[in-house]
Design a protein around this ligand. Structure first.
Ligand code: ADP
Ligand code: MG
Length: 690
């Protein structure tokens, strides 16, 4: 048997080209990929729970016989089946049902079903449970916990489970080598890799579900530790390699910066001046700058970026500014064009959607040395050649990985000089984590907002208040304001999230007749998205229903109301980012967090923080403190740094050991570093090349 990282997923029975294509969308190309495609959570279908023991919010298998079946006419017509066992009874409710389905629930019929228990008007209910009746043969109960995997269109949970179990048959310690040196494994109490993987795909019946849900199981920690360790190794390497590079030394700007500030219309805050000076000093060195500027939403990072850019421009070099989305990049393009035109500096634009002649022209401009280039990550592509790039500015750091930063380096002056890198992020990160997350970067903090901002007023309400809030949207729009209605992510798939946004959009259109309502989500084509954004900016749309795609950079000063549904699903940092989309104009702004009860104690406290403060750094610190057991929300939701298994917030306690282990590994087992990097980093090979 050979290495599972070399075996294509198509070696499994039943996996043809079409299925392989779908699996590729979730990052699965090899058997090893499948093993590292871990479940998001688990369901316990191994035992039947007595009805009397059910609690709201619980997912459970129950079994009973039909006591009454009825069609209820309430607000929405529904089929109501009361199911009883020897301990009590519960209502199964179906909003969509067929006559045959209804007839299947004759009085006395035995039914086994699975679903989420929720409080109803008269006792507990389950909406649309999965079920089988005795006629359909209920079959045996599951032997292991049921894994729920991240999916994409055309894949089902059943299929993923089957693929996982087929792959596990191939798993041996030999074909999935454990690169954790045994001395380190012992010292840090890390179990064997193989066992950890096996356990996480198929946890036994007696597994501790709560522990797994919290990411506290040894198998999860084992993998998280290895992943974080690998991340540390990659940062160490990056730093070392950077120290060997040379960058163009840029003399401080004496002319352009002053011109720019004169035209700007406001004076920089003290924080902007201080950070600007730190950057100016870095740029004058022959070592490439690697600096991260952290600044809360609205702190004015763009001005800082412009000041840095002018230093390189005045020295006669090119500057590239990259943003993670087209919307954001375009906004920068507009700003920089406006700022640089009076200084007679040309600005070029490059994005993925630019095609054909326009694209060729942009590429030529860049190659010929147009001084300022703004765009999306299209700027990273190999075909983009700069004439003399001296500074790369990356906005919203968390969307750009280490690999992309490396790719940038190859775009430096004649391949000899590395460009300086300035990275800007609005995701505040607690100091305790910053060391680990950004070990390779120097950091500056913009800790002051420009004067004259009115803080956003935030309220936290249960979603039973939805009709009132819809009314509030109507009123705000009647007064000429604009509003956002944000649908949060559904863990399993982006597709479901977009569907939810679509449904909400249709519903709000019906409820708000006379308002022009728009929709934007991640599944729309970039051109469609841009068009919707344009209409919203132009005020043609009054209400914008959106997924969290609007999180970064959107700037519509007239929007003064934001409603966020199910805010409990998001990390506080992300909520903070979203909320930063309002409060940009002079009008008093409001943010409504519309949660779905019941909220856990910690959930309640977290949302209360959002109500109490508008300071991103305080929010981040409190968020970390509150992440005790019981909270599964993590970095993935904050958008901070994307790991496969690890979660910087959740696993913060591992970090001191991880750092220590990284140093030990480099000292005593340096040859283990490359295989670890290969395994954990999508483009691990690049580390060898730079
Ligand atoms: P962010 O840090 O979120 O990227 P921006 O750079 O987009 O913030 O700035 C937000 C707004 O504040 C912009 O409209 C910008 O022109 C304005 N701004 C930036 N700096 C100042 C300042 N010193 N005084 C007044 N307004 C400023
Ligand atoms: Mg910005």
């Amino acid at each position: 048997m050979s290495d599972l990282s070399q075996l294509s997923i198509t070696t499994l029975k039943g996996v043809g080209a079409a299925l392989a294509e779908k699996l590729k969308k979730v990052g699965i190309e090899t058997l090893q990929d499948m093993l590292f495609h871990l479940p998001l959570r688990y369901q316990d279908r191994t035992r039947i729970v007595p009805i009397a023991a059910l609690r709201p919010g619980q997912d459970a298998v129950i079994e009973g016989s039909v006591a009454v079946t009825d069609v209820s006419m309430g607000r929405r017509r529904s089929l109501v089946v009361r199911l009883q066992d020897s301990t009590g009874s519960i209502v199964l409710r179906f909003f969509h049902f067929s006559t045959a389905q209804k007839n299947g629930f004759a009085k006395g019929t035995k039914v086994r079903c699975y679903g989420e228990v929720r409080p109803g008007a008269s006792g507990l209910e389950i909406y649309h449970p999965e079920y089988r009746t005795e006629q359909q043969d209920t079959g045996p109960l599951e032997q292991t916990l049921t894994a729920i995997y991240p999916l994409t269109e055309g894949l089902t949970q059943q299929r993923m489970r089957l693929l996982a179990s087929q792959t596990l048959e191939h798993l041996t310690p030999r074909n999935l080598p454990d690169w954790m040196p045994s001395a380190l494994a012992e010292k840090y109490h890390l179990g064997p890799l193989n066992e950890a993987i096996r356990y996480l795909h198929q946890p036994p019946q007696d597994a501790n579900l709560a522990e797994l849900a919290e990411g506290q199981h040894w198998a999860q920690k084992r993998l998280a530790f290895e992943e974080l360790l690998t991340h540390q190794l990659s940062l160490q390497r990056l730093r070392e390699q950077m120290r060997e590079q040379l960058a163009p030394q840029l003399a401080p700007s004496t002319y352009l910066v002053n011109q720019f500030l004169e035209n700007l219309g406001f004076s920089p805050t003290n924080a902007q001046k201080r950070v600007g000076a730190e950057i100016a000093w870095d740029l004058a060195q022959s070592l490439p700058m690697l600096r991260l500027v952290q600044g809360d939403v609205g702190a004015g990072k763009t001005v800082v970026a412009a000041i840095a850019a002018l230093q390189a421009l005045e020295a006669g070099y090119q500057v590239a500014l990259m943003a993670p989305t087209e919307i954001l990049a375009e906004q920068h393009f507009i700003n920089f064009s406006k700022w640089l035109a009076p200084l007679n500096i040309e600005v070029a634009w490059l994005a993925g959607k630019l095609k054909g002649k326009a694209r060729a022209a942009a590429l030529e401009q860049i190659a010929n040395g147009t001084p300022m280039v703004v765009g999306t990550h299209a700027l990273f592509q190999a075909e983009v050649q700069f004439k003399n790039l001296a500074l790369a500015i990356i906005d919203e750091q968390h969307r750009f990985g280490v690999q992309q930063r490396l790719a940038l380096r190859q775009k430096g002056v004649e391949g000899r000089l590395s460009p300086h890198q300035l990275i800007m992020t609005a995701t505040p990160i607690p100091r305790t984590l910053a060391m680990s997350a950004y070990a390779d970067l120097d950091t500056s903090v913009l800790d002051e907002l420009p004067p004259g901002r009115t803080p956003v007023n935030t309220v936290v309400l249960a979603d039973s208040k939805r009709p009132d809030i819809i009314e509030r949207v109507r009123l705000a729009c009647a007064e000429g304001r604009q509003a956002y209605w944000v649908c949060t992510l559904i863990e399993e798939s982006e597709e479901l999230t977009c569907q939810a946004a679509q449904t909400t959009f249709e519903e709000l259109q019906l409820a708000l007749v006379g308002l022009s309502v728009g929709l934007i989500h991640g599944r729309m084509k970039p051109a469609e998205k841009a068009q919707v954004m344009e209409s919203f900016k132009a005020g043609e749309l009054q209400l914008l229903v959106a997924t969290t795609v609007i999180e970064v950079g959107v700037d519509v000063p007239n929007a003064s109301l934001m409603v966020i549904e199910n805010p409990e699903r998001l990390g506080l940092a992300q909520l903070h980012q979203l909320r930063g989309r309002v409060g940009r104009g002079s009008a008093a702004s409001h943010c409504v967090l519309l949660y779905h009860p019941p909220l856990s104690h910690i959930g309640r406290e977290r949302l209360a923080i959002m109500r109490e403060t508008n300071d991103g750094f305080i929010i981040a610190e409190r968020d970390l403190e509150l992440r005790g057991p019981g909270e599964m929300l993590g970095t993935r939701q904050t958008g901070l740094l994307q790991f496969k298994v690890a979660d910087l917030m959740r696993d913060a306690a591992l970090l001191p050991n991880v750092r220590e282990a990284a140093i030990e590994l480099m000292r005593s087992y340096p040859d283990h570093a490359s295989p670890l990097l290969d395994r954990w980093l999508r483009y691990g090979q690049e580390y060898g090349q730079v």
